[in-house]
Ligand binder design. Sequence first.
Ligand SMILES: NC(=O)c1ccc[n+]([C@@H]2O[C@H](COP(=O)([O-])OP(=O)(O)OC[C@H]3O[C@@H](n4cnc5c(N)ncnc54)[C@H](O)[C@@H]3O)[C@@H](O)[C@H]2O)c1
Length: 251
Amino acid sequence: MTNICTFSNRVAFVTGAAGNIGVALCRLLAAHGVAIAAADLSKDILEERLAGIKGIRAYKVDVRDPESVKTAVDSAIKDFGHIDILFCNAGVWNHTDVKGVQRFEQMDYGQWTNLLRINLDGTMNCCQAVLPHMIANGYGRIVNTASISGEVGLPGYADYAAAKAGVLMFSKTLAMENASKGITVNCVSPGMVAVGEPQPTDTTWIGRRGSADEMARAMVFLAADESGFITGIDLPVEGGRTLGPVNAAKL
Ligand SMILES: NC(=O)c1ccc[n+]([C@@H]2O[C@H](COP(=O)([O-])OP(=O)(O)OC[C@H]3O[C@@H](n4cnc5c(N)ncnc54)[C@H](O)[C@@H]3O)[C@@H](O)[C@H]2O)c1
């Protein structure tokens, strides 16, 4: 039997590495022997949450700021020698001035731009910093964390949905631009991810939320050496949340 997820001496740069999905992703990458440059807003929090994971180094980054991204990427290349895999996973959906949802007409420009800067510009900044290095090496796997909100919309989160839709089309375009250079670019679109044990919900066909580990497995699959013929796709990991209405037909 051949393993379908192998990594030959690979280094991954992971943003949002201190978050729920980021920590699960780093654990799974480490279990596959991938060395990890883990990046997030706070180096202290990274080191606390990723303690005990082998082959990992922490880098402070604010993905909104191209200079900050370039500094972190350059440091990682200096420390590890190369970056083969990029996970643009940092993302924020909560609004700064209200908790949770907000109608679009009440959304101020600062809030809109902040969500766009983190989710869309952040992905763009990281890809722009890492791509020249991958092109020079003739190898790369880029896996961007989008969202089902970018596929079907999400009331109360017009800013976030617009940003994630941008991530999806940005990624498809990068996939086309870089296919001949040994670089694949794909997205994973999570939906309703639990922190800890997934709770039941009647809004997915599977009947529960997803786990961070389930997101990480899809991300690692797309990053593997064996996934070189998959590019430009969006892989929803959402328990059927974007299928037709749940319980539309009682069978
Ligand atoms: N949780 C869900 O249900 C869900 C659903 C769809 C998509 N997503 C996406 O999955 C990704 C990971 O989300 P999560 O659930 O782990 O959330 P999380 O809040 O646990 O983690 C997000 C991480 O991003 C980091 N971050 C925020 N702003 C940053 C910045 N400017 N620079 C660098 N890092 C920054 C945070 O510090 C945090 O560690 C995000 O892109 C999110 O949009 C999550």
